[in-house]
Design a protein around this ligand. Structure first.
Ligand code: IPM
Ligand code: MN
Length: 371
């Protein structure tokens, strides 16, 4: 039996609800794959501000540095939205990404065939969508020098700062990922306007000479925003700097029908006790305070994040596959949370279920398939 230690950061809003289902998924699968998990729950985000006056308490960061993987729900909410507050829930998340040096954020965008009707886009545009967006996560405008507009201040700025090594390492991650997929890589920038993008493009062109088997294109971010809804299936791996990647992945989520379907993995160069990357796994959606506590949030993005956790940080590919298969079967059987039920044709049989019920249905398929 292999032992794995995992930190859970449920966070705010719907975070605790979806993390609960993800944890139960891992627990259901453990005996079947001879795995042993220990879970340790810590505070991060708004709940940590309330309890400790700090969105990322030292104890939370330390706990995350010492485990095999971290599973996060979501952070933020109107309660902590005061623009003059010294700390914000989002700061905790950014500090955690930086503190673990998680520079590569993998956001796969795969459309489950049953959800074609849940997307606002036409079926012929969606056919064959299977993307992996790799977002640079510890640089750019999120972390560059900035000035807040103070109480009377009428001027503020952020700086999109990149260095060659920061660009090179994330482009290499993307290139290696593309080699394992359909060998196509699109590097996104705004090199016609931004200096940091001209450096990005120059470094990307140089680095990608090392990968002659890849079909490479350099795409301006505004054009990419358009291509993503016009011909999304023509892309395979997309690599982008932090802010561009943030925006493009919310857009790309609409291809999959709902933000509630997209998992993510954030990886860096810190290795865990199993010699694999210590990763942070989280759904790409936010804390959705408007639906928190109502039991209607979609837990599938977080459950799919556990599949990425099993794959990338634990090396348990078969278990990862089992989780993804169970999600596919739950959808094929017609079960939907509210966010993915919307556009289905009335004649199609779908059943709208709660967060907990969806988790239980996935576990049912998981244990049935691996019994
Ligand atoms: C994301 C989120 C975060 C980001 C927020 C919550 C800080 O939107 O993970 O995409 O902007 O990176
Ligand atoms: Mn985002």
């Amino acid at each position: 039996m292999t032992h794995y230690s995992i930190v859970l950061l449920p966070g705010d809003g719907i975070g605790p609800e979806v993390v609960r289902e993800a944890r139960l998924t891992l627990e259901a699968l453990a005996p079947r794959f001879d795995l042993d998990f220990s879970f340790d729950t810590h505070l991060m985000g708004g709940c940590a501000i309330d309890e400790h006056g700090n969105s990322l308490p030292d104890s939370t960061l330390l706990a995350c540095q010492c485990v095999d993987a971290v599973l996060l729900g979501a952070v933020g909410g109107p309660k902590w939205d005061n623009p003059h507050a010294a700390d914000r829930p989002e700061r905790g998340l950014l500090a955690l990404r930086k503190g673990l040096n998680l520079f590569a954020n993998l956001r796969p965008v795969k459309l489950f065939p049953e959800l074609i009707g849940a997307s606002a886009l036409k079926e012929e545009v969606l056919a064959g969508v299977d993307l992996l967006v790799i977002r640079e996560l510890t640089g750019g405008a999120y972390f560059g020098p900035r000035q807040e507009a103070g109480a009377s201040g009428e001027e503020a700025y952020d700086t999109m700062l990149y260095t060659r090594p920061e660009i090179e390492r994330v482009v290499r991650v993307a290139a290696v990922a593309a080699l394992q997929r359909r060998r196509k890589l699109a590097s996104v920038d705004k090199a016609n306007v931004l200096a940091s993008s001209r450096l990005w493009r120059r470094v990307a062109v140089e680095v990608l000479k090392d990968y002659p088997d890849l079909e490479v294109e350099h795409v301006l971010v505004d054009a990419m925003a358009m291509h993503l809804i016009r011909r999304p299936a023509s892309f395979d791996v997309i690599v982008a700097e932090n802010l561009f990647g943030d925006i493009l992945t919310d857009e790309a989520a609409m291809l999959a029908g709902s933000m509630g379907m997209l998992p993510s993995a954030s990886l860096g160069d810190v290795m865990n006790t199993h010699g694999l990357p210590l990763g942070l796994y989280e759904p790409i959606h936010g804390s959705a305070p408007d639906i928190a506590g109502k039991g209607i949030a979609n837990p599938l993005a977080t459950i799919l994040s556990t599949a990425m956790l099993l794959r990338h940080s634990l090396g348990q590919e078969a278990a990862a596959q089992a989780v993804e298969d169970a999600v596919a079967r739950a959808l094929a059987a017609g079960y939907r949370t509210r966010d993915i039920a919307g556009f289905d044709a009335p004649e199609k049989h779908v059943e709208v279920v709660s967060t907990e019920a969806m988790g239980a249905i996935v576990r049912g398929f998981l244990t049935e398939a691996t019994a």
